[in-house]
Design a protein around this ligand. Structure first.
Ligand SMILES: Nc1ncnc2c1ncn2[C@@H]1O[C@H](COP(=O)(O)OP(=O)(O)OP(=O)(O)O)[C@@H](O)[C@H]1O
Ligand SMILES: [Mg+2]
Length: 382
């Protein structure tokens, strides 16, 4: 005899019934799944589309707010585990798609027509690998299925023409008023480096620089972009602050190396974006570990764990730790960054994961709204 408390679940009304789980139950279970990269449940982001059960197989359409190409296996296995905890362990067929929402973080800045999101790649300190990250980051987003552009905002030391394999090229104009961006590897690129002579020193003062950049941004015919990646000039001075206020930024990625001095500067960068209410999507620790190509020995040239410590302290994600790898430099110098030069390499995979995580954080920001980012109050006096 069964004890009376056992509930009898009527079988699902198909021939291959599913142990009493109904479509409604399954939809609820799907909606309660917290997508691991964004930290947002599928219900909150409105990601669950059609749900059906046929022949015992659960088919579901999921639309995420960030590019998903290559993410399918990881997503599916996390979802499968979640569903198993909710009593469903039958076959699962997921149709994963992306719809990337538009989002502007800093209030007052006007969105750019056709551009859904602008992501600043910034650092406090120069030479930490910001431009290399920006180029690989943009290429990674494009490989994952997004429409991407890069604006090289480093007017004093533009690196994108070379890194993106476009040195010596000049943008054209169709109407005499706006530029057609250049393009390589499926990514559109604009840089002051296309318009000035390499040898010519830039002697502009700050206001002229910001003016020129805002113009370069607005007068380029980008077309429709999901993401415009801005390679910011190093530092946290007037130019950077003005850009952070005037450019409609969706989020910022802060690049640092693990040593103390770079971390202190990166912290200033982080504070600057928070001041103008641009969500910091996370921290990238570059040149984390050097693996000797001869003996395989891993050494922490610039110290260990600094990026992680900083991320924890300020409550932002650590988007990734990138190795110090000679090939990263050689490939960027040769105009074919690692993500396109050697997509199967561990370094390229690390960039892909950084880009995916940042895009997922941005999607989360778009769901939550700008004002709800954790606030911190720390005196900026170091
Ligand atoms: N992970 C890495 N491993 C090896 N070399 C790297 C790595 N990241 C960047 N580099 C190299 O370090 C140098 C500085 O990088 P990059 O130009 O990207 O830095 P940056 O922060 O943009 O510098 P700047 O402040 O001058 O704009 C470049 O020669 C680049 O190829
Ligand atoms: Mg640079």
């Amino acid at each position: 005899m069964y004890p009376e408390t056992i509930r009898y679940n009527p079988p699902f009304a198909t021939e291959d019934s599913m142990t009493g789980t109904t479509e409604t139950d399954l939809r609820a279970a799907l909606e309660s799944f917290v997508e691991p990269l964004s930290g947002v449940s599928l219900g909150a982001s409105g990601a669950v589309g059609a749900v059906s059960v046929a022949g015992g197989t659960l088919s579901v359409e999921v639309t995420l707010g960030f590019p998903v190409r290559g993410y399918e296996p990881e997503f599916e296995s996390a979802l499968r585990e979640h569903l198993a905890r909710h009593g469903f362990d039958g076959p699962l067929a997921v149709r994963l798609g992306a719809r990337i929402p538009a989002f502007v973080g800093n209030r007052g800045a006007q969105p750019l027509p056709g551009i859904s999101n602008v992501i600043a790649v910034a650092s406090g300190k120069g030479g930490v690998g910001k431009s290399t990250v920006a180029a690989n980051f943009a290429l990674a987003l494009a490989r994952q299925g997004a429409r991407v552009g890069v604006l090289d905002a480093d007017i004093y030391g533009p690196s994108q023409p070379r890194m993106m394999g476009l040195s010596g090229q000049r943008p054209t104009t169709r109407d005499g008023k706006s530029f057609e961006p250049l393009s390589n590897y499926g990514v559109k690129v604009m840089s002051i480096g296309f318009l000035i002579d390499d040898e010519q020193p830039m002697v502009w003062r700050g206001p002229m620089v910001t003016q020129a950049l805002v113009q370069l941004l607005g007068e380029t015919r980008w077309g429709e972009l999901d993401y415009l990646v801005v390679d910011m000039p190093p530092g946290t001075g007037d130019i950077q602050l003005t850009l952070a206020q005037r450019v409609p930024l969706s989020g910022a990625v802060v690049v640092t190396t693990p040593q103390e001095i770079a971390l202190l500067d990166a912290r200033k960068g982080l504070m600057m974006f928070r001041k103008v209410e641009v969500p910091v999507l996370g921290i990238v620790e570059n040149m984390s570990v050097h693996v000797c190509p001869a003996c395989g020995h891993a050494s922490h040239v610039f110290g260990a764990g600094g990026g992680r410590g900083m991320a924890e302290r300020y409550g932002v994600p650590l988007l990734g730790e990138l190795p110090l790898d000679l090939r990263i430099r050689e490939q960027a110098d040769a105009g074919s960054p690692t993500v396109v030069a050697d997509p199967g390499s561990a370094a390229a995979q690390a960039y892909m994961s950084v880009a995916r995580r940042a895009a997922a954080q941005l999607a989360a920001a778009a769901v939550r709204g700008a004002g709800t980012f954790p606030k911190i109050s720390i005196e900026d006096n170091e």
